[in-house]
Design a protein around this ligand. Structure first.
Ligand SMILES: Cc1cc2nc3c(=O)[nH]c(=O)nc-3n(C[C@H](O)[C@H](O)[C@H](O)COP(=O)(O)OP(=O)(O)OC[C@H]3O[C@@H](n4cnc5c(N)ncnc54)[C@H](O)[C@@H]3O)c2cc1C
Length: 487
């Protein structure tokens, strides 16, 4: 007697999407989630909901994003499939799986439209991805334009409501530990019980959507390297690689890059800067392309303006981890301060110091004053002021200093000055399980493991070293839908 036709493990965006797709086909679905109901939603709950899709401009998407009176004065540059593909190739330096990429890029918009038809709501993300021009019009930038209404919390609330409407059961507090593997096929799962035993649940197929291994300090140290055990966990504490282990144990192959991850600049000093369900993504600090970042020696160490934030942010957490003390400071002046993202830089309890002079600021953040003053003076003095500062485009306004700042160099000369303390926050790991483009799990020889599917962060192969913002939710939706459609 089967407990369900399809068991889905993991109740984040990918798991819910897979479960909806299977339920729509009339399958009896059971979704098992490790977290209790008040801790559920995985990393997906913590997101800003930003979702990268290809499109032909505002006219192409206006019918499925929520109406907004600003639309008539808004320019959303088209984001063609070829550009999406090129961005994935660029940021991963060509290590993205081309077959998975092709599917992600070509199905991203239609998958969001399908989720929208089920009741998920999308909108244009003005506050994160657009700048208002002096004439009151808005220009979107960076290939990332659409997001969920209500961010990650709204996304999970919508998914949970759709699950109830489709009539399938979501069971919380279920830690799946093993897969049942009979006659060369996966036929169920084993769930940890309070008394230490395992209870077996049987199904025709199992979809794994249980995240990466970013929440395990031991796995981080083992696969990402020494020091990674000290990174702060931005999202759920539950993605500890349980189902990656279970899948490997039944012969699944490893997919993708196990030695790199997504990590960002994250509030360094505020209390509870891990897995914080109230502040969620507000702990991130993403306006760094406008200012400079210095380490505890008062020195710059990377190109803050190398590209739009969406193409550098996911690799800069690692750069912070490598600095002395694994912390650094983002520095801005009074002219730049109003341009910083409100939701992040006006977070209650934010780690910030302010001072009227750079020397006083240095004293407050305990950085050698002479060194910080020299860094700022050299930077200010090297800016090509003949070029107009314009954050809506790659303006080429460079600071010709070591390391160079390639765009958006604005002198730090008007007090008060601001220093935001940042450390490395890990988002998710890039290595996972190997599958074909339908989420069918493959062994190392390329053969299918019957009855077993994978999607979301657990599916390895799309990303390496870096990542274009908004493609995690897009990938979870596209491959979740595909896996749930076949399972
Ligand atoms: C702070 C933050 C902000 C982000 N912002 C964005 C953004 O704006 N846009 C974007 O595209 N991406 C963003 N991401 C990345 C994004 O979260 C992921 O790419 C995406 O949500 C992954 O979805 P998923 O369903 O694969 O994993 P998750 O949402 O993490 O879901 C995995 C689920 O599996 C469950 N689970 C784990 N182990 C077990 C087990 N043994 N048994 C049962 N269940 C288990 C977990 O509890 C969890 O609920 C962000 C991540 C974080 C942390």
């Amino acid at each position: 007697m089967l407990d369900a036709d399809v068991i889905v493990v993991g109740g984040g965006n990918a798991g819910f999407t897979a479960a909806h797709a299977a339920a729509m086909r009339g399958r009896k679905v059971l979704l098992l989630e490790k977290g209790a109901a008040d801790m559920a939603g995985g990393n997906s709950y913590y997101t800003a909901g930003a979702t990268r899709i290809s499109h032909a401009g505002l006219d192409d998407i206006a019918d499925f994003v929520e109406p907004d009176k600003r639309h008539s004065v808004t320019e959303v540059p088209p984001y063609p499939a070829a550009e999406y593909t090129a961005d994935l190739e660029k940021v991963t330096e060509g290590r993205n799986d081309s077959a998975l990429t092709e599917v992600l890029v070509s199905e991203s918009q239609q998958t969001l439209r399908w989720l929208n038809s089920l009741g998920l709501k999308y909108r244009l993300m003005y506050e994160r991805q657009a700048y208002e021009r002096p004439d009151g019009t808005f220009l979107f930038w960076g290939g990332l334009h659409v997001g969920n209404v209500g961010g990650g919390e709204g996304l999970i609330a919508d998914h949970t409501r759709v699950a109830a409407e489709l009539g399938y059961e979501v069971r919380y507090g279920q830690q799946v530990q093993e897969l049942v593997y009979d006659g060369g096929k996966v036929t169920g799962v084993r769930v940890a019980q309070p008394d230490g035993t395992l209870a077996e649940l049987r199904s025709e197929s199992v979809v794994l959507a249980a995240g990466g291994f970013e929440s395990s300090p031991d796995w981080r140290r083992q696969h990402l390297g020494k020091g990674w055990e000290n990174a702060k966990v931005r999202g759920t504490p539950y993605n500890t690689g349980d189902l990656i282990s279970a899948a490997l144990a039944v012969g699944a192959g490893r997919g993708g890059d196990w030695n790199t991850c997504h990590s960002v600049q994250w509030d360094a000093f505020t209390a509870q800067n891990e897995s914080n369900r109230e502040l969620t993504n507000r702990l991130t600090r993403q306006s760094y392309p406008l200012g400079i970042i210095v380490n505890n020696e008062g020195k710059r160490f990377l190109d803050e303006g190398a590209d739009f934030r969406n193409y550098t942010y996911a690799k800069y957490g690692k750069e912070i981890l490598a600095q002395p003390g694994s912390t650094a400071y983002q520095i801005f002046d009074a002219t730049l301060r109003p341009m910083l993202r409100t939701e992040e830089y006006e977070m209650p309890g934010i780690s910030v110091e302010t001072a009227d002079t750079i020397e006083e600021l240095a004293a407050k953040i305990k950085v050698p004053a002479e060194d910080l003053a020299k860094t700022v003076a050299d930077y200010n003095g090297s800016i090509d002021r003949s070029i107009t500062f314009d954050p809506t485009v790659k303006d080429g306004r460079k600071a010709d200093v070591e390391p160079v700042k390639s765009n958006w160099a604005a002198p730090l000369e008007t007090g008060p000055f601001y220093a935001y303390g940042v450390t490395c926050g890990i988002t998710f790991t890039f290595g996972g399980i190997k599958s074909d483009t339908h989420g069918r799990v493959l062994n190392d020889d390329g053969g299918h493991i019957g009855g077993l599917y994978v999607c979301g962060e657990m599916l390895g192969g799309l990303f390496s070293a870096n990542y274009p913002g908004g493609s995690g939710l897009a990938a979870g939706s596209v491959f979740g839908r595909r896996a749930g459609t076949l399972a």
